[in-house]
Design a protein around this ligand. Sequence first.
Ligand code: ADP
Ligand code: MG
Length: 357
Amino acid sequence: MTAGSTQPGSGAARAAPGQAGPPDADSLAEIELAAARRPVDTFGQGCVIVCNHLVRIYLVEGVEVQALQGLDLEVAPGELTALIGASGSGKSTLLNILSGMDRPTAGQVTVAGHDLLTMKGKDRLQYRRETVGFIWQQTSRNLLPYLTAAENVAVPMSFTGVSRRARAARAASLLEMLGVASCRDRLPAEMSGGEQQCAAIAVALANNPKVVLADEPTGELDTATAAHVFSALRTASAEAGVTVLVVTHDAEVAEHVARTLAIRDGRTSTEVLRRATAGGLVDAGAGEEYAVLDRAGRLQLPGEFTEALALRDRVRLALEPDHIGVWPDTVPPARDAERPGRHRQAGPGRSGRREGE
Ligand code: ADP
Ligand code: MG
């Protein structure tokens, strides 16, 4: 055989000039086939906030604190979502990352198309000024005490080159939209807590952000005033078309928003969806609770369920035509005989191999 001749059937695998050697035709074809078979990953598609396995570990005197433990989160544009969790569950950690003030240890996070892992100093500053607005729990932290409400709303616009006249006009119209037009020329000390938070929402909206983030915005307010602030946040979401994410430890907040997510131990675990009524309010009776199934197939069972059936360490699973059964490991297998032939066991020891493997 002369040098340079090819083997029959090897044309597809021929090395291009300069390549080290011919790739293996079979393995290439296999890889391409496997890629084509893989389900298209639609996670985060069309969403304005996307967190994918977000991890944040703090190092305190050599000890690791896992504030976020692989959190997944999708928020669609224009949604008003509440993330509810106990103190220490990682809510502020998440908001600090979404607002561009902190960086995650691992995972992916994008807000309005900005990749917050790779974003550099100058872009980060611009992101914080123009893409996100922020509302803190402490009313005193949101507004400068020596400026009126209107002057406070004008401050963020002065960083983005808006003319003085346009600033004043926008400040007045935002305060009006949020129901606090009467506070325009008042200092924060001359306003109630609820009025201050509504003015703070106006400050957050000043530069027309894509996303408004609020960390316990009603934490210092009574229930009636909190309802008023939530109504202002709903207005922001509906009229300014902005996406709003509120974090709070107050489960009552669920009554004011269409979508609530629960965060436990740094991971989102359950989700409640409520239908809005014609008046824009929320029909609490229509709320349905869902558990969040993450992309690795993991879900967190609600504590009430696991406690009621004493589920711990290990459970037995069975696939039914339209649901999955979960039993305590202690239930004798005889129980399954009551459901003959309807399910496949997926308990300990099941091989998990498919036919032909
Ligand atoms: P939440 O806002 O839900 O109350 P945080 O996000 O503030 O929770 O805190 C989550 C966990 O991370 C807690 O255990 C907290 O002690 C820890 N943590 C938060 N910030 C820091 C920090 N800067 N350094 C060390 N640990 C922190
Ligand atoms: Mg907090």
